[in-house]
Design a protein around this ligand. Structure first.
Ligand SMILES: [Zn+2]
Length: 667
C-alpha cells in the first residue's frame, strides 16, 4: 500500500476525464501536490494508506475552476464607475485612477482580496493581466493559488513602466524569475491591438517564442474596436495579430465577441485559447460572443470573470450560468450549450485555453491536485437525481452557488477548510482595501469637481500658456474685406479655406471654464483647380477655454489667455459621456484664414461666415500672439490700424465669443 498525504473520500467525484467518469462514492488520493489515485472509493482505499482522511460524504468533489481572464487587483476599483461605455469607463476612469494609485502595495492588497474571493467560489487557477505582476505573483504564491500572470505592455506610460521598452524589460525579468515556479506561469500581456503598435506586438511575439511564454491579449471585444482595426490595420483584430505572428506563440485571446467567421477558422488552426467573459460583455454591452461556433470549430473556450471593476465580482458559478443561458437566448435554442459543456469550459477546457490541460482541469492520476468540494445540502441543492449522467452537471451549473464551496486544495495544499480561508488574513486585507478606497474616493471627489483636473486626467493635454491680442468685428461684406486685404501692401504667408464644426460643452454653475471640440475640415487642393480638385483634410482639437480677459484696449481689442489644448484623440461621443456637460452649443462656420506679415509682425485674419446657428452673421477676427505687455500694446495699435485699412468699423466690435453669441441667439 502506498502512503499518501491526503485522501478525500465519501463524495461523488466528478472527474472531467475524457470519459467524464463520475464515481459515487469515490475517492481521490494526493501525494506531493499530485493526484496519485482516483476512482471508486473501495478501490482507492485498497491502494493507499493515509493518516489525513477527509470524509466528504454527500458532497461533490470536482476539479478546481479555471478563471480564464481577469485583472485581479482591480478588486480595489470595484464599483468605482459603472454604467458607462467601455472607452469612457476604461480611458476616462480606470486608467487615470490606475496611473495615480496602482503600486506594488495596491496590487498586493488587491490580489489577496481577489484570491480570497476566488477561493470562496471554487477557483484554483486564474489568468491575470495587470501591472506590477511581480507583486501579483508574490501575493498569489503566498496565498498558494495557481495563476498565469501577464505583465501588461502598452504603447503609453503605465503605472509600472514609462515606455513599452521598459515594460518589455519588466516582462523579461519577470519571466526569468518565475519561469520554474510550481504555481506561477509568467506571461506577456499586450493589452490590446488598439493600445499597442505593430512594433510592440512583434517584440512581444519574439519574447514569447524565445521564452515559451503565453501571450494574453484582449481581442475583438467591441464592434467599435473591430471597425477601427479595419480602418487602421486593414484587417479585423484577430487577422491582424495573426499577420504579426502572435498565433505562433501560446495565445490566450480574451473576449472574441466580434470575431469574424474566417477568424474562427484561423484560431482553430493554431494553438490558441479563448476566454469568454459573459458578465463583462453584458455589463459593458459589448455583445454576444459566438461561443458555440468557436467550440464547434475546435477552439478551446474557457470562462472568465474579467476584472472585478467590470463584473463586479469574481464568482465563477454566476459566470457559468450566464455562459450557458446567453447562447440559448441568442439562438432561441435551449440545447445550444448544455450544462456539461459549460462545466467543461469551467474546468478542463479552461485549462486547455490556458495551455495547461496536461497539468490541471480534471481529476486524473498524474495531474496536479487542484480540488474543490461542494456542499449539496442547501435548500437550492435539494433534491438530487441520478437518472442521467447529466444530472450532476445541471446541479453544478444551474443550481450551485459560490456559498456551497466547502474545501479547496491547490497543489495538494488545503487553502479553504469548512469555508475558512487558511492562507489569507481576510479582516486585515479588507482593512487595507478600505484604506486605499478612501484615498481613491477623495481623489475622485476632487477630480469630478474640477473641469481642469478632469481634463488633464485623460491625458494628451499640453499646458501651453497662450496670450493673444485680438478683435472681432461684425462685417456684412466679407468679399469686400477680402478684396481690400489682397490689395493691401502686405505679405500673405498662408491662406486657407476651412469648414469648422465646433461643439461647446458648458457646465452651468459648476465651473466658469468650458470646452470646445473642433472638427476642422480644411479644403486642400490646387489653386484654381475648382471644387472637384479639392479634398478635405480634417483635424480634431479639444481646448479648455477659460474666457479670461487680461487687458482691454481701444476699439474692443482685448488681451486674452488660453491654457490647455489637445489633439482630440477620442470621439465627440466619448468626451460628451466623459464630461457630461449641462449644455451643448454648436457653431458651424466657413472660415477663410489669412496669415499675414503686417508692418513686420505676424497676424491671423479670419473671415468667418457662421452657418449655424442661422442668422448669426459674418465676422472678421484679427489675432496676434504676444508675450509681453509692451508687445501687446504695440500689436493692439497695429490691429486698430489694420481694421481701418480693411474698411471695418471698430464700432461694430464684439467682445463675446461665438459660443456666447450662439447662446444669446438661442434665447
Ligand atoms: Zn479584461
Amino acid at each position: 500500500m502506498r502512503k499518501v498525504d491526503t485522501l478525500i473520500t465519501g463524495g461523488a467525484v466528478v472527474t472531467m476525464n475524457a470519459k467524464r467518469d463520475v464515481f459515487s462514492p469515490g475517492a481521490v488520493a494526493i501525494k506531493d501536490g499530485k493526484i496519485v489515485a482516483v476512482g471508486p472509493e473501495e478501490r482507492v482505499q485498497q491502494l493507499v494508506e493515509c493518516e489525513n482522511v477527509v470524509d466528504v460524504s454527500g458532497k461533490l468533489v470536482i476539479p478546481g475552476f479555471v478563471n480564464a481572464h481577469t485583472h485581479v487587483p482591480m478588486t480595489l476599483l470595484r464599483g468605482l464607475a459603472d454604467d458607462l461605455r467601455l472607452d469612457v469607463w476604461l480611458l476616462g476612469y480606470m486608467m487615470p485612477v490606475e496611473r495615480e494609485f496602482v503600486s506594488p502595495d495596491f496590487v498586493d492588497v488587491g490580489t489577496r482580496l481577489g484570491c480570497a474571493e476566488m477561493l470562496l467560489s471554487g477557483v484554483t487557477t486564474f489568468n491575470d493581466m495587470y501591472y506590477y505582476e511581480e507583486d501579483v505573483a508574490k501575493a498569489t504564491a503566498d496565498v498558494g493559488m495557481r495563476a498565469v500572470l501577464g505583465q501588461t505592455v502598452l504603447k503609453f506610460p503605465s503605472p509600472d513602466a514609462a515606455s513599452y521598452e521598459e515594460s518589455l524589460e519588466l516582462c523579461r525579468g519577470f519571466i526569468e524569475r518565475w519561469h520554474d515556479h510550481e504555481l506561477i506561469t509568467p506571461a506577456i500581456a499586450p493589452h490590446a491591438p488598439y493600445t499597442t503598435t505593430d512594433d510592440i506586438l512583434t517584440d512581444v511575439r519574439d519574447l514569447a517564442l524565445e521564452t515559451d511564454s503565453p501571450i494574453h491579449i484582449h481581442l475583438s471585444e467591441t464592434a467599435l474596436e473591430v471597425s477601427d482595426a479595419k480602418r487602421d490595420f486593414g484587417a479585423p483584430p484577430i487577422e491582424y495579430v495573426d499577420r504579426l505572428g502572435l498565433t505562433e506563440a501560446k495565445l490566450i485571446a480574451a473576449h472574441c465577441v466580434h470575431i469574424e467567421p474566417h477568424e474562427i477558422k484561423l484560431l482553430a488552426g493554431v494553438s490558441a485559447g479563448v476566454a469568454h467573459n459573459p458578465s463583462s460583455n453584458l455589463k459593458l454591452a459589448s455583445g454576444f460572443a459566438p461561443v458555440v461556433e468557436m467550440r464547434e470549430a475546435g477552439i478551446p473556450v474557457g470562462i472568465g470573470t474579467d476584472g472585478p471593476a467590470s463584473n463586479n465580482d469574481l464568482d465563477m458559478f454566476e459566470e457559468a450560468r450566464l455562459a450557458s443561458f446567453l447562447p440559448k437566448a441568442v439562438k432561441a435554442d435551449p440545447t445550444a450549450l448544455p450544462a456539461q459543456d459549460v462545466f467543461a469550459m469551467m474546468t478542463i477546457e479552461g485549462a486547455k485555453a490556458l495551455h495547461m490541460e496536461q497539468e490541471i482541469g480534471s481529476l486524473e492520476v498524474g495531474k496536479l491536485a487542484d480540488i474543490v468540494v461542494v456542499d449539496q445540502d442547501a435548500p437550492h441543492a435539494t433534491p438530487r437525481f441520478h437518472l442521467t449522467p447529466n444530472n450532476v452537471y445541471s446541479h453544478l451549473v444551474y443550481a450551485a452557488h459560490a456559498s456551497d464551496v466547502r474545501h479547496v486544495w491547490v497543489h495538494g495544499r488545503q487553502l479553504l477548510r469548512d469555508r475558512e480561508l487558511l492562507t489569507v488574513d481576510l479582516p486585515a486585507v479588507q482593512a487595507r482595501a478600505r484604506e486605499i478606497a478612501e484615498k481613491i474616493n477623495d481623489f475622485m471627489t476632487q477630480r469630478e469637481g474640477s473641469l481642469l483636473v478632469k481634463t488633464i486626467a485623460i491625458g494628451g493635454f499640453e499646458q501651453r500658456e497662450t496670450f493673444e491680442v485680438q478683435v472681432k468685428v461684425r462685417a456684412d461684406d466679407l468679399q469686400g474685406v477680402e478684396k481690400r486685404l489682397q490689395e493691401l501692401d502686405m505679405e500673405v504667408i498662408k491662406h486657407s479655406v476651412r469648414q469648422q464644426f465646433d461643439t461647446y460643452f458648458l457646465f452651468g454653475g459648476r465651473d466658469n471654464r468650458y470646452l470646445r471640440y473642433r472638427e476642422d475640415n480644411q479644403l486642400v487642393g490646387q489653386e484654381g483647380a475648382g471644387p472637384a480638385g479639392l479634398t478635405v483634410k480634417p483635424s480634431y482639437t479639444l481646448i479648455l477655454m477659460e474666457g479670461i480677459v487680461e487687458r482691454e484696449y481701444q476699439d474692443s481689442i482685448i488681451l486674452s489667455r488660453s491654457r490647455y489644448t489637445a489633439t482630440a484623440t477620442y470621439s465627440l461621443r466619448f468626451y460628451r459621456e466623459y464630461f457630461n456637460p449641462d449644455q451643448e452649443v454648436e457653431v458651424v462656420k466657413w472660415r477663410t484664414r489669412y496669415r499675414v506679415n503686417y508692418e513686420g509682425d505676424e497676424f491671423a485674419i479670419n473671415l468667418d461666415n457662421i452657418t449655424r446657428p442661422q442668422g448669426l452673421g459674418s465676422f472678421v477676427e484679427i489675432k496676434a500672439r504676444t508675450w509681453s505687455a509692451s508687445d501687446a500694446e504695440k500689436k493692439a495699435g497695429l490691429i486698430s490700424r489694420l481694421l481701418r485699412e480693411l474698411g471695418l468699423n471698430p464700432a461694430n466690435g464684439v467682445r463675446a465669443e461665438y459660443v456666447q453669441l450662439a447662446e444669446q441667439a438661442a434665447i
